[in-house]
Design a protein around this ligand. Structure first.
Ligand code: TEU
Length: 588
């Protein structure tokens, strides 16, 4: 993390356009709607917007199925609207990062339509077309093809079911690691790579500031597409993640179109990403891939169960271990991205905090953590209000293919009785928790639309919304704003070294950040009860250090506070007491 870069000092705000702001009353958010909120983003103080896909798409997966990389989806507006948005953002010194989805296209993309026409098509080898297998000869299910024919291998789609779809027209199967409307591009084909790089250059030419790269670690499939080997613990994801040529492709991309002044963040799906592999992706040396940063999933999997509708209890010690590993692993080479939420994940306060009694405190605690680790923080729309998960009541209220497919399929196959029998887990895990409309006000539809919203609005918008949050100086929103502002004032936030303490403590997360003479201590109580702990005396030599920010009475020192509220405060150097979900940052 030595070299200074603008994207290391930035805070990124993620916009899911479909759910951000609707300007024309069709119930779907749009680009003119975002333009009306640029001032809002500027007030919050963010430096970068990452925009989820806005390209032409039949929306089988809300824009992650692209049918034209160089056109804007009608529902979202026009290319002129998009250009005006870019100009508005740049006017306020906010940069724009676009989503790059090139592991797959839509099945309605011209390339796939041509590819599908015949086995002789010029575009046939742009995708993975294969003959089926003799169902008698292979151990996997013969699902979806003609009698007696099984798919080419047993890979499973991320959205459930086989990763292959049989196509009547030519009697072959095509690969799709996601929905059947998202066929995978074959990157071994040089023309595919050239076309992708041309498209990237075309957008860069328009003046964008970087790319978020969707499932970029899936672009290289293993030679021969071997089936899984569950006896040896090899599942589909192990076959397809971080494939044999992925680094070669990324270095080619780097050479063709990228530069270190762009923000490039690669999404790396999978269970565990070895640090050596990660450094290869985000190292800046000439033989590295040169991405700015990556999204790994390790903390996102801690509370997941085996099945989509199952959850498990996460432990703070595990969460800390994940971050300790990544903070240390990318300290000298590469750079971390920091996120607790995005459009694919349940709401962070419902998951890692307490969305009941201590919603505000715990939302601010998570914000403190996000902004005081080493790396670039990503704020997902609504996170700055402490927006929560959604009380979905029936399957018909969900919209997401990644919720509907697995549940419907499990019902069809008799694995579960009904939605109601798994409702709790689905409600906890569904991506739709993140996709309900941004809560602007207490008004009808949270001020998101004058029409009928495409997905339900969280009924708690009456209590949680931008208008109220901005009104109240103690709100989650104002706390985020202050954290973002602090980053501009204090270099230690971006560049300080991270050193953790009390790693085995089950409720407390404590660490210092050090940059030259500057040293911060962060203490976080991840529980709903008061907690006491001690740090080595040499960490806190001063018995009354200044509080930089905290989620109770910000700005007070411990001693001042101790006078008024007896149980709180460091009585002697190194001794701490934190209230429920209390977060404090000290300047030592
Ligand atoms: O997501 C990749 C991905 O695999 C997960 O985030 C996914 O939501 C989850 O593992 C499914 O169980 C990216 C995009 O962020 C997501 O919205 C897209 O649906 C997906 O790629 C396909 O493009």
């Amino acid at each position: 993390g030595e070299t200074r870069r603008w994207w290391k000092e930035a805070v990124v705000y993620q916009i899911y356009p479909r759910s951000f702001n609707d300007s024309d009353g069709d119930g779907v958010g749009d680009i003119p709607g975002i333009r009306r909120k640029v001032e809002y983003l500027d007030d919050l103080g963010v430096d970068v917007v990452w925009l989820n896909p806005v390209y032409e798409s039949p929306n089988a997966d809300n824009g992650y199925d692209i049918s034209d990389y160089r056109a804007i989806m009608d529902e979202f507006g026009t290319m002129e609207d998009w250009e005006a948005l870019l100009a508005d953002l740049h006017d306020r010194d906010i940069r724009l990062v676009m989503d790059l989805v090139v592991n797959h296209t839509s099945d309605e993309h011209a390339w796939f339509r041509w590819s599908r026409e015949s086995t002789e098509s010029d575009y046939r080898d742009w995708y993975f077309w294969r003959e089926g297998e003799d169902a008698e000869a292979v151990p996997w299910d013969a699902e979806g093809g003609p009698d007696g024919e099984a798919p080419p291998n047993d890979w499973e789609s991320f959205f459930g079911g086989p990763a292959w779809t049989y196509d009547e027209a030519t009697g072959e199967w095509y690969l799709h690691l996601f929905d059947e409307k998202q066929p995978d591009l074959d990157w071994t084909n040089e023309r595919v790579r050239e076309e992708v790089f041309d498209t990237m250059a075309w957008w860069l030419e328009k003046g964008i500031d970087g790319f978020r790269m969707d499932v970029i670690n899936l672009i290289s499939k293993p030679e021969g597409l071997p089936p899984t080997d569950t006896d040896r613990g090899i599942e589909t994801i192990d076959r397809v993640a971080d494939g044999p040529r992925v680094h070669e492709y990324l270095r080619e991309m780097r050479e063709a179109v990228l530069s270190p002044d762009l923000l490039t963040v690669g999404e790396m799906v999978g269970e565990e990403l070895p640090m050596a592999e990660a450094r290869q992706y985000v190292g800046q040396g000439p033989d590295r891939d040169g991405l700015s940063m990556l999204f790994h999933f390790e903390h996102m999997l801690l509370d997941r169960g085996e099945e989509f509708w199952e959850t498990s209890e996460w432990e703070l010690t595990d969460l800390k271990a994940v971050f300790d590993r990544w903070q240390a692993g990318l300290a000298d080479e590469g750079w971390n991205s920091l996120y607790f939420a995005n459009h694919d994940q349940p709401r962070s306060v419902s998951r890692f905090g307490d969305d009941g009694e201590y919603r505000r405190e715990s939302a601010k605690l998570l914000a403190t953590l996000l902004h005081t680790l080493q790396g670039t923080p990503y704020v997902y729309q609504g996170e700055e209000l402490g927006m929560t998960n959604v009380p979905f009541e029936s399957l018909s209220e969900f919209r997401d293919v990644d919720t509907l497919n697995p549940v419907r399929r499990a019902i069809e196959r008799g694995e579960i009785d009904s939605f109601q029998s798994v409702a709790e887990g689905v409600r906890a895990n569904s991506r739709d928790n993140a996709r309900t409309p941004m809560q602007w006000s207490a008004e009808t539809n949270a001020g998101f639309t004058d029409g009928e919203p495409w997905i339900k609005v969280n009924p708690n918008h009456a209590e949680i919304n931008v208008a109220d949050e901005r009104e109240d100086p103690d709100s989650v929103w104002h706390y985020y704003r202050r954290l973002i502002e602090l980053r501009d004032e204090r270099d230690v936030m971006a560049y300080g070294d991270y050193d953790p303490y009390l790693r085995e403590h089950e409720e407390v997360w404590a660490y210092t950040r050090t940059l030259g003479e500057e040293r911060w201590l962060v203490v976080l109580n991840f529980s709903g009860t008061e907690t006491e702990f001690e740090l080595p005396a040499d960490v806190v030599a001063d018995a009354d250090p200044e509080v930089v920010i905290g989620n109770y009475e910000a700005g007070e020192t411990d001693r001042e506070r101790a006078d008024e509220t007896a149980p709180i405060g460091a009585a002697e150097a190194g001794e701490f007491r934190l209230r429920p979900w209390e977060a404090r940052v000290y300047d030592l």
